[in-house]
Design a protein around this ligand. Structure first.
Ligand code: ARG
Length: 464
């Protein structure tokens, strides 16, 4: 594949002998940046068209270049292209092959361009495409959560703080909390696209160029809103990659929290959900086991994504302007984070979509742990005009009585409750259903409110 003896074709005039094998190994990026082949070819065709339009190269040469580049695209996609490590990266692999195919005209393609703006534009195009993929995947996940929320708008489950039963909520409401989280991730993706939607092509090595290029033309041809405004920044900025990684890390963190809940919910002790066979595995030794592997792996892969963010931040933190070879390390981090995130979202969408909700177990758990105690306190405030602090105290006595009797607070008789406070009447019915139904404040857990939010999101998500 590589020939370390030969002097490099691209700068052979200056270097008499080829690089040492270890130099080639540390220097080459073709092993991973070949992923950018389509963007590289697209960028080069746009660049050549601009060079012809501005009269920098001839129309005939441009045609030869474009034809050669399309041949290379076909060769790569059909697996016929021979990548060479000695040619270091995707840019030089493509250009060297172009020279083989079309001869001297190939040498004109790199006029008014450098690999520095070339890699910047290729990578931006790739990251932008990936942002759109993530946005679509997130929309799919959100729609799945909306469907589950609608189906379970009135399914009662315990709401937790400190992972201790706090107040009853509905499973639909819980799903909608994740809709909010993933919708924020989606809006972060949209914001980031708007910020990075600029073409660095034409910044050349770092200072711009003396050729009469048209950067607006290439920006438009490549689907960018506009060209970047500063040539130095254009070749040294990797904010778009850092933003991708930070959005990915936040999104992965959200996925991980839901994954952790699925792990907890699917234990025999909770039994709130049953995962389908497609998203769980058995144990080779314990026949009774059904493990939530997909959820555990979503939880675990968050570590990788977060690691890539810290990795690239660390690469970038001390770099003087403008380009340094350090920046070649940006790609593997982003490629791996992207592949990992795509897989995580897909696995989560699958799990959420086909897990079975065990309503009876959720309801049973929702009614334990004196979860309706706050409803008693609220009743005392509302009906007897008691200050909340006093009501809290009275309710505490009711909880103590229920504990002494070994029952849940909702099981105490009216007579028992009257022994705690004589003002209590049998108008008071403590139940998980009444509890959730009463919480109809904006954004609260009442089934009617959950349904209203689901409806609003179903409309909103099409435009998100
Ligand atoms: N493979 C390089 C990278 O990924 C391309 C840019 C090389 N530029 C340079 N001046 N050596 O960053």
């Amino acid at each position: 594949m590589s020939d370390s003896k030969a002097s490099n074709a691209m700068w052979g005039g200056r270097f008499a002998s080829g690089p040492a094998a270890v130099m080639e190994a540390i220097n080459a990026s073709i092993g991973f940046d070949r992923k950018l082949y389509a963007q590289d070819i697209r960028g080069s065709i746009a660049h050549s068209q601009m060079l012809a339009k501005t009269g920098i190269i001839s129309a005939e040469d441009q045609e030869r270049i474009a034809h050669g580049l399309n041949t290379i695209l076909h060769e790569i996609e059909s697996g016929a292209f021979a990548f060479s490590t000695a040619l270091e990266d995707i840019h030089m692999n493509v250009e060297a092959r172009l020279a083989e195919l079309i001869g001297p005209a190939a040498g004109r393609l790199h006029t008014a361009r450098s690999r520095n703006d070339q890699v910047a534009v290729d990578f931006r195009l790739w990251v932008k495409d990936e942002f759109f993929r993530v946005a679509e995947a997130l929309k799919g996940l959100i729609r799945t959560l909306l469907a589950r929320a609608e189906e379970h708008a009135a399914t009662v489950m315990p709401g937790f703080t400190h992972l201790q039963s706090a107040q009853p909520v509905t499973f639909g409401h819980h799903c909608m909390a994740y809709v909010e989280m993933f919708a924020r991730d989606l809006s972060r993706v949209r914001d980031a696209i708007a910020r990075m939607d600029q073409s660095p092509l034409g910044a050349a090595a770092l200072a711009g160029t003396s050729f009469p290029i048209d950067r607006h033309m290439t920006a438009k041809a490549l689907g960018f809103r506009e060209p970047t405004r500063n040539s130095l920044d254009s070749v040294s900025d990797r904010d778009f990659a850092l933003e991708f990684l930070s959005i990915a890390a936040i999104c992965a963190t959200h996925l991980s929290r839901l994954a952790e809940e699925i792990v907890i919910w699917s234990t025999p002790q909770f039994g709130f959900v049953r995962l389908s066979d497609s998203f769980s595995t058995g144990s080779s030794i314990m026949p009774q086991k059904k493990n939530p592997d997909a959820a555990e792996l979503v939880r675990a892969k968050t570590g990788r994504v977060n690691g890539h963010l810290i990795g690239l931040l660390t690469v970038m933190k001390g770099l003087p302007l403008t380009y340094s070879k350090d920046m070649q390390e940006d790609k593997e981090a982003v490629f791996d984070a992207a592949e990992t995130l795509d897989l995580m979202i897909a696995a989560m969408t699958g799990m959420v979509g086909d897990m079975t909700i065990v309503e009876a177990a959720m309801k049973r758990a929702a009614g334990s742990g004196h979860s309706t105690a706050t409803d008693l306190a609220d009743w005392l405030v509302r009906t007897l005009d008691m200050p909340f602090r006093e009501a809290h105290h009275v309710t505490g006595r009711a909880v103590a009585l229920a504990e002494a009797r070994g029952v849940d607070i909702s099981r105490l008789s009216t007579a028992d409750l009257q022994s705690v406070h004589p003002g209590i009447t049998d108008d008071l019915v403590l139940s998980v259903q009444n509890s959730v139904k009463s919480r109809k404040s904006y954004g609260g857990t009442a089934p009617a409110e959950v349904r209203r939010q689901v409806k609003a999101w179903k409309k909103r998500i099409d435009k998100a």
